[in-house]
Ligand binder design. Structure first.
Ligand code: DGI
Ligand code: FE
Ligand code: FE
Length: 194
């Protein structure tokens, strides 16, 4: 699927506000790819597609998890956690997206994970800092991403904020979210191999 086809697909499916968010995530991911020497085409494609399944029927999402043998823990969560993994399956199965980095970036855009590829990192961060986001403290994260030169540090700070937010609201934290937090913790002494 090329970028124009992806834009049309998402434009038809999503409400305007969500479509506009998707465009901004794609643009932001490309901007980050320029700064961090990433693959702009992959970042743009994953960015535009990442929320395609955001409003899909929850029952159908669970069916996809079971049929495609995705992590069974996903069955304990709602669409907030499911829309990424489900979207990656749909893009591969129905729309011929075969680039593994693009599929991973879509799959893990909400939670992150340990050992992310460059494209996953770009989309994960872009989703958090796109110019329409007004989350308290987002300016600090934008400064980290655009001016401080470290994708990994930016990821850690996003994960930390997300986990603190979830815990404060007594919302369960998915395994990959915790794995991401621990892996990108720069205070940890382990040397990262990627
Ligand atoms: O789809 P978007 O709204 O653009 O953004 P997103 O895919 O990053 O989803 C953000 C939501 O996901 C936000 O409400 C927090 C939630 N979330 C992130 N990590 C976890 C989580 N929810 C649960 N239950 N557990 C998590 O680990
Ligand atoms: Fe999302
Ligand atoms: Fe999003």
């Amino acid at each position: 699927m090329n970028i124009n086809q992806a834009v049309e697909l998402v434009k038809e499916k999503l409400p305007k506000k969500r479509f506009d968010h998707s465009v901004r995530v794609a643009e932001t991911a490309v901007k980050l790819a320029e700064i961090y020497d990433g693959d702009k085409s992959k970042a743009e494609l994953a960015g535009i597609l990442h929320d395609y399944s955001k409003y899909d029927d929850l029952g159908k999402m669970y069916q996809i998890v079971t049929k495609h043998e995705l992590d069974s823990n996903l069955l304990s969560y709602g669409s907030e956690i499911l829309h990424g993994p489900v979207c990656a399956v749909i893009m591969k199965e129905h729309y011929g997206v075969d680039d593994e980095e693009v599929l991973l970036a879509i799959k893990n855009h909400t939670t992150g994970r340990a050992h992310m590829t460059k494209t996953e990192k770009l989309v994960f961060i872009a989703d958090y800092i796109e110019p329409g986001r007004q989350t308290p403290g987002v300016e600090e994260i934008r400064d980290l991403a655009y001016n401080q030169g470290s994708l990994d540090k930016t990821i850690y700070e996003i994960s930390k904020r997300t986990v603190l937010y979830l815990i404060n609201k007594d919302i369960n934290v998915y395994d990959a979210t915790i794995a991401c937090l621990n892996y990108y913790n720069y205070s940890d002494e382990r040397v990262k191999d990627d």
